[in-house]
Design a protein around this ligand. Sequence first.
Ligand SMILES: NC(=O)c1ccc[n+]([C@@H]2O[C@H](COP(=O)([O-])OP(=O)(O)OC[C@H]3O[C@@H](n4cnc5c(N)ncnc54)[C@H](OP(=O)(O)O)[C@@H]3O)[C@@H](O)[C@H]2O)c1
Length: 501
Amino acid sequence: MNRTKSHIAVIFGASGDLTQRMLIPALFNLHKQNLLEHPYAILGVSRTPLSDKQFRDKMQGFLPADDTTSDFLNHLHYQPLEPSNEQEYHELKEHIERIKKEKNMPGNMLFYLSTPPKLYAVIPKHLAAVGLNKEDDGFRRLVIEKPFGHNLTSARQLNRDLLKYFTEKQIYRIDHYLGKETVQNLLVLRFANSLWEPLWNHKYIDHIQITSAEKLGVEKRGGYYDQSGALRDMLQNHLLQLVGLVAMEPPTVIEADAIRNEMLKVFQSVRPLNREKLQENIVQGQYTSSLIQGKQVKGYREEDGVNPKSRTETFAAIKLHIDNWRWSGIPFYLRTGKKLPARVTEIVIHFRPTPHHLFDSAHGATNIPNQLIIRIQPDEGILLKMGLKQPGSGFTVKTVNLDFHYSDMAENYLPTAYERLLLDGINGDATLYARGDNVEKAWEIVQPILDEWDENPDFPLHGYPAGSWGPRAADELIADEESGWRYPCKNLSNDGEYCEL
Ligand SMILES: NC(=O)c1ccc[n+]([C@@H]2O[C@H](COP(=O)([O-])OP(=O)(O)OC[C@H]3O[C@@H](n4cnc5c(N)ncnc54)[C@H](OP(=O)(O)O)[C@@H]3O)[C@@H](O)[C@H]2O)c1
């Protein structure tokens, strides 16, 4: 990985969960690998009154104790600030100037907004008011966390607000899925091998499935989740970004805008969902109380912070078509949900069966479709399922696995998504960040569903027992495909508690 330029990372929301659990540990790992050019500084900003020492002590609790920890902690600084008070940004600017002078460093700055989303338009405005958006003495970049809007209208408004103060080139919208090694590997798998590209189209692919399953429920975030739901929280962003990467045309170069232009074309080609026929293409579900390992597990409506009459979906499955030359007639099935049997994200490419079936399979059927499974989490890797001859007399075909696990490349350190994305952001590489027009286009795809759900209280919301693979209606959605959904558990206990991937 490339080393950064000397810079100051200003993290808004520094007393929050994301900063301590993800951002500071990721920066620590980059420091440890000597990837942060010295001198550098990390300035934490939030309302909680803390001194530099108190901030360092607090962050130390989230880091492993080794010989580089205290050196890293010395790069941390803190500034208490009320983000909505413009006056306090003068103090922030002075603090930054002081650090720059003390460390004799250039004015490269990365502003990371790890705050509630209502501040995403406020902070850039106040930064601009004191000139901290101007790239006079170095780069100025703004990293924002999802959600990028709550619907199409608010996403457009957010983009308009951001663009008043920063240019698109300065804005980095983080989607931590894109920081994952296997997601990036999709580009290499598709475009560095001559093997796949000739097959990667409607002639040889039957359909594509993308599953992102979570084992956890809403935990302590019931209040937040009840305003969001599976479609907004996962499908509109992470899953559609994966569709973009799987379905896009080869970019001319591996550069941010070339790749993001191709992804935009995919989103533009998604067939608009017809509100009249929505029930044929989308299923929503909500987990209900169930017994897992003899223990009664709460249903969604009993969770803390959730409205007992909530109609928020904790599961969504959707069937999409991409109306272009490559994908004509090929369905893409996407599903995501909470309280499913396992935490797993994978893309499954189902190839068409051979035109003529010569052999018997172990089960008597002759049709052995090849599947390419791209596992994004956990245990990142790639699995190819193909038919080979069962030893012995005759020609009985058995499905076997060609299985690659990233963990087998033990000599290589696997960076976390946040390490990779922070490093890219500091280095000015936006390839793995979402562009404003792509985000809006992705909202356009799901907006008819949100409208229908809002306006039609009779739209079915299917219950599914916590620990199951979601409502039965999701199986009906994919009923045209002989294979049905791929269930990633090799072994699943009856009560859904145990799933061996
Ligand atoms: N946590 C995750 O895993 C995760 C994953 C994906 C995306 N995100 C997104 O990342 C952002 C941060 O998430 P988080 O989990 O760290 O949230 P959080 O724990 O609520 O922290 C937010 C930070 O913002 C400050 N803050 C809270 N309310 C504020 C207000 N009304 N005015 C000004 N400052 C306020 C808080 O500090 P003070 O009270 O000290 O000011 C706190 O440091 C959110 O937008 C979230 O959607 C988080």
